[in-house]
Ligand binder design. Structure first.
Ligand SMILES: NC(=O)c1ccc[n+]([C@@H]2O[C@H](COP(=O)([O-])OP(=O)(O)OC[C@H]3O[C@@H](n4cnc5c(N)ncnc54)[C@H](OP(=O)(O)O)[C@@H]3O)[C@@H](O)[C@H]2O)c1
Length: 251
C-alpha cells in the first residue's frame, strides 16, 4: 500500500529530500511551502502552498490527506512551524522527523558574538563603534535596523524589503545564494565592511562570508537559533532517507 509523507519545506534540504524520496516505490511525497516566495522552485513530487491554519489546520490536513509521516525540513529559524508540526503529529500520533543542518561553530580566529535577538545585535554594533555593516539576515528581519543614521548598511536580500523601511545610509544588494568564497571576499573588500550581522543558519550555501570574515578579521554578530521542540533528528539527507525507508518497511 502506498504511504504518504509530508515534507515541510522551504529549504535546500527539503528539495534534496523530496528528490531522494520520490523514486522510492510505494511512497507518495508531498512538499509544503509557506508561500513566502512568489515563484518558488517546483520540488520533486507534489507541492502544496500556504499556511495550514495553525495546529488545528495541520491536524485536519494530515487526517484528510491520510498522511503517514511528516518530515519537518523547515529552516532552523522557522520555529513556529516546527512547534506546530510537533503538536499536530502528537495529536494524530504520526511519526515526525526533523531534518536540520547543524549550527555553525566558531574557529579560534573567528571574532563572533552570539545574540538572542536583533535589538541586542544593534546594541553591540553601537557599543563597538561599527561603521560599515553587512546585514545578511533576510528581508523580513530588517525592521530593527531601519532609521539608523550613524551606521552604513550593505543589505543583501533575495527580494526587496518593505518600502516602508527607510535606511538613511545603505546600499541594497538583491542576490540569491549560494555565494562562493571569491565573491564574498570581494564584497567585503569592496564595501570595506567591518561587521557582519546574520543568523546562525548553518549549512554551506551562505557560509563563505564567515570564512571571508575570518580572513579579514571582521566581526560577525550571529543570532542564535530559536528554541525548537525535541523530536527525532536527522542532520544529513542519508539519515532522513533511512528513516523513511524504515517507515516504508513497516506494514
Ligand atoms: N525563517 C527563516 O530564516 C527562513 C529562511 C529560509 C527559509 N525559510 C522558510 O520559509 C518558510 C517560512 O518561514 P518562517 O520563519 O516565516 O516560518 P514560521 O515562523 O515557523 O511559520 C509561520 C507560519 O508560516 C506557515 N508555514 C511555515 N512554514 C510552512 C511550510 N513549510 N508549509 C506551510 N506553512 C508553513 C505556518 O502557518 P500556519 O500556522 O497557518 O500553518 C506557520 O505557522 C518556512 O517554510 C521556512 O523553511 C525560513
Amino acid at each position: 500500500m502506498t504511504k504518504r509523507v509530508l515534507i515541510l519545506g522551504g529549504t535546500t534540504e527539503a528539495y534534496a529530500l523530496a528528490a531522494a524520496l520520490v523514486p522510492r516505490v510505494g511512497l507518495q511525497v508531498i512538499t509544503s511551502l509557506a508561500g513566502r516566495t512568489a515563484a518558488p522552485r517546483q520540488p520533486a513530487g507534489e507541492l502544496r502552498v500556504g499556511g495550514f491554519g495553525g495546529v488545528p489546520g495541520l491536524v485536519s490536513y494530515l487526517i484528510e490527506k491520510q498522511i503517514d509521516a511528516v518530515i519537518d525540513a523547515t529552516h532552523p529559524f522557522a520555529a513556529g512551524m516546527a512547534w506546530n508540526a510537533e503538536a499536530a503529529c502528537r495529536e494524530t500520533m504520526l511519526p515526525l522527523l526533523r531534518l536540520e543542518r547543524p549550527a555553525w561553530t566558531p574557529e579560534p580566529e573567528d571574532r563572533w558574538e552570539f545574540v538572542e535577538h536583533w535589538e541586542q545585535a544593534l546594541a553591540a554594533l553601537v557599543r563597538d563603534g561599527a561603521q560599515r555593516v553587512f546585514l545578511a539576515m533576510g528581508r523580513q528581519e530588517l525592521a530593527p535596523f531601519a532609521g539608523i543614521e550613524r551606521l552604513w548598511f550593505l543589505i543583501r536580500v533575495v527580494t526587496a524589503p518593505e518600502p516602508t523601511l527607510h535606511f538613511p545610509a545603505s546600499q541594497l544588494l538583491l542576490a540569491r545564494g549560494p555565494f562562493d568564497l571569491a565573491s564574498e571576499r570581494a564584497l567585503l573588500a569592496e564595501h570595506a565592511i567591518d561587521t557582519i550581522v546574520c543568523k546562525n543558519s548553518g549549512g554551506t550555501a551562505t557560509a563563505a562570508k564567515l570564512i571571508a570574515a575570518r580572513e579579514r578579521g571582521i566581526r560577525v554578530i550571529l543570532r542564535q537559533r530559536p528554541l525548537r521542540p525535541t523530536v527525532p533528528l536527522a542532520i544529513t539527507l542519508a539519515e532522513a532517507v533511512a528513516w523513511s525507508d524504515e517507515l516504508l518497511a513497516t506494514a
